[in-house]
Every structure is written in C-alpha cells, then in structure tokens.
Design a protein around this ligand. Structure first.
Ligand SMILES: Cc1ncc(COP(=O)(O)O)c(C=O)c1O
Length: 427
C-alpha cells in the first residue's frame, strides 16, 4: 500500500499539474520524504537548547567529535566537515547556486523555478531523474553523439529505451528536422535529454537553433505528449564562439504544462573539481509541484546515498563566496578557449583531409574527428602502442580528443601524431 505522505504529494501534483504527475515513474509515485530521524532531528536543532540527543553522530566539547590528525590537514571548521549534510544539501549553497543560475541564464528570470537540490554530482542528478521519471519501456531521446554512461543510467538501470537522432544537419547546425521527426513519433510520454556543450563533440547550438529546439518541444507538448526535458549542463559556461550562452532550461520553463524542464548541473567540470562530487538538480514547475518534486527527490536521496559529502559542499560554498572565484574562473576559461582556438587552427591544415573531417565544435572539453576510412578502434590502439597517444574511439568512425587536457603548445604535435598513425594504417 502506498505511504500516506506519498499519497498526499501525489494528490497535490494531480490537482496542480496532472501532466507532471503522469510523467512520474512508479518509483517516482511511491517516493516521499519520511518523517523519521532527520525531520525529528531538524526540529530538535531548532528547539532542543539543553541536550540534543537525536542524531547519529558523536560530539565532544560542543563540536562534532573528530580526529586531530585529520583536522590538522583541513582548513575548514569541524562543523562544516564532519556532521551529515542534509539530504538536499547545505541551504546556503543551494541559494547561492540559484543566484548563480539566475545570473548566468537570463531566460530563467521571473520563471517558477525551484531551489537547486544538491546531488553527488551530475551522474547522480541524472540517476535521480531516471528514478523519478523513467519506467521500463519509456523512451529517452538524445542525439546520436551522447555520453555513454546514459546507457547505464537510463537503460541498464531503469529499463528505458534510448532513441537517437542525428545531431547535425548538412550545414553543421543542429538537426532540427530530425529532432522534430523523432519527437513527433512519441505519443504519450518521452524523456528528452539535451547536453550542450556536448560530450563528445564539443557542440553547442546557435541561438537560432536553440529557439527552434524549444519550438519543437513546445509543438510536440501542445499535441498532447508529455515531455520531461533533461538539460545536462555539465560543461556549462565553456562557450568559445557565438553559440547560445545559456542553458535551454530557462527557455523551456513555464512555456507549456506538458513540459517539465529539469536542469542537471554542477561544479564537476565547470569549476574543475571532478572528484569533489557536488552537483545540482533543479526543476521548473508550479510552486506546489516544485515542493512535491523536492520531497520526492529528498526521498530518493535518503534511500540511496542518504546525503552527499559535507566537506565538498563546504569547499564549493566557500569558493563561490571567495573574491578570487570569478578571477580564477576567467583565467581557466582563457586557457581552455586558447586550446579550442588552437585546435581549430591546427585542424585547418589541408594535409589532414585524406584521413578525417571533424564535427562542428565551439564549446566544452572535447572535439571529435570523423575518420574517412580507418577504423577508430584500430587507430586508437595503434596510437597507444606506437606513439603513446591516448584518445577515445567513441564508435567505428569517431575519435574523441580532449583538448581540455593538452597544453596549447602540444596540440599541433598531438594531431600530427594522429596523422602519422593514420598514414601507417592506410599503407
Ligand atoms: C555530458 C556529461 N554529463 C555528465 C557527466 C558526469 O559528471 P559527474 O562527474 O559530475 O558525475 C559527464 C562526465 O563525463 C558528462 O560528460
């Protein structure tokens, strides 16, 4: 039997936004945030001024108990390191991240958008979305070039079906027509996943194409299909040319009741803290629905990782508040942009033409070569064995190069070695 709290949340959603209720998976419908230890302890945190004997940590001298040999190496206060963070994360970090989102994404302003909920980085955010919205057999629509781990998150784990469409049209722009055709085939419900800057290609659409994408989603929603639209903004901000420079999340918020935009982002790639594991999941919906989605999200977090790393949230919070933050972010942006520009300059060399073309790129960490007739896996292994060069073979024809981890001065040599490898294999 369904828990009474889940029933309450569902009734609220059915009343305020039946379409979004219908988008929930069976697991999503069952989820709620239990009134257990955590909510009793939160109450005690406010009122128990004599003794607070609620939560499962240890204290000593008015502080969380801790080892000196650990604390000696850490520059943060014990209260910001050792106790559990709440399942939804540190409240101040949530509100500061929301301010950052509003500053970076003008279209988000004046829309009904929830407070970001903290995840253990983007993979976790994606898996929360899969848990809440994907039932076995549901379709995930994403471009042909996608991050391979989506298969594990949506297909292996949740039994979804991944359906792809060509990312590029013949002019090197986003293939709006293919996107429309694929989306129009979905009659009841679909989960759409868009990732710009894209992994593996490094592509972000133009403003014009972004508006066309939004129009397709709106048209299909208006025809009656319910669309959960996930925006994987892992590489947000790394825009080097004249693409759109904000997330499609803001453009999709509040435009149709059959659309639920879900923004999945985080510090991982944007702030170069991959191993700290801090990300966010943010919904755009009516306020009552936002509350229900937040309760359900807290429920799944409580039932999986329980809560994220406290020290990682503290490090990110203090970084975002630091006066050095914007300055250093700009410094690193310049380095990344320099590498992208250099990569394009190097690739303009006509000598490469017999072996490869490349997909349009203007953003992010990567670019992709499309090999003319050499097998990508064969080339990858050859480059490793003969030249000590590591690249990713993302399918039979495509080689992904992470210019993000090659110094600008080494980029020409890198592509020349790939070129030599191609020459070897085509002899
Ligand atoms: C497109 C995309 N989304 C999500 C992720 C996962 O990021 P995280 O390390 O924050 O889980 C990656 C990492 O490679 C990625 O490329």
């Amino acid at each position: 039997m369904m828990n009474a709290l889940a029933v309450q949340l569902n009734e609220k959603m059915q009343k305020e936004s039946p379409a979004i209720y219908d988008m929930l998976s069976d697991l999503g419908k069952n989820l709620y945030y239990p009134k257990g230890i955590l909510s009793q302890s939160a109450e005690a945190g406010k009122k128990a001024h004599r003794f607070n004997a609620t939560i499962g940590i240890a204290t000593e001298n008015g502080e969380p108990m801790h080892f000196r040999h650990i604390q000696e190496k850490l520059g943060y206060a014990p209260k910001d390191i050792y106790p559990y963070a709440a399942p939804q994360g540190k409240e101040l970090l949530r509100s500061i991240w929301k301010e950052k989102l509003l500053a970076d994404n003008p279209s988000m302003q004046n829309k009904s958008i929830g407070l970001p909920i903290i995840t253990s980085a983007l993979t976790h955010g994606l898996s929360i979305a899969a848990d809440l919205f994907m039932n076995p057999g549901d379709v995930l629509i994403t471009p042909e070039q996608y991050w391979g781990n989506y298969n594990t998150v949506f297909q292996i784990r949740r039994g979804g079906r991944v359906e792809t469409f060509p990312l590029f049209n013949e002019n090197g722009g986003f293939h709006v027509d293919a996107f429309r055709e694929t989306l129009e085939k979905q009659k009841e419900k679909a989960i759409v996943l868009l990732n710009f800057p894209n992994n593996p290609t490094g592509f972000t659409p133009s403003i014009e194409d972004a508006n066309a994408i939004v129009q397709v989603i709106k048209d299909v929603a208006a025809s009656g299909t319910k669309l959960v639209v996930l925006l994987d903004d892992a590489y947000f901000g790394l825009f080097y040319e004249d693409s759109i420079r904000e997330s499609l999340f803001g453009l999709l918020a509040d435009i149709h009741p059959n659309i639920l935009p879900v923004k999945i982002d985080g510090a991982t790639k944007e702030n170069y803290v991959w191993g700290l594991r801090v990300g966010f999941i943010t919904y755009a919906a009516d306020p009552d629905v936002l509350d229900a989605l937040e309760q359900k999200t807290k429920g799944i977090i409580r039932g999986t990782i329980s809560s994220g790393s406290h020290i990682s949230q503290t490090i990110l919070l203090e970084s975002l508040q630091s006066e050095e933050y914007l300055k250093e972010k700009e410094e690193k942006f310049q380095i990344m942009q320099g590498r992208a520009v250099k990569t394009k300059q190097v690739l303009a060399n006509e000598k490469y033409a017999p072996f490869w073309t490349y997909y349009p790129f203007n953003s992010g960490y990567f670019m992709c070569l499309k090999l003319n007739d050499i097998d990508a896996e064969e080339l990858r292994l050859h480059l490793l064995d003969k030249y000590g060069v590591g690249v990713i073979a993302s399918n039979k024809t495509d080689i992904r190069v992470a210019f993000s981890c090659v110094e600008e001065n080494d980029i020409e040599e890198l592509f020349d070695l790939i070129y030599e490898g191609c020459q070897d294999l085509s002899k």
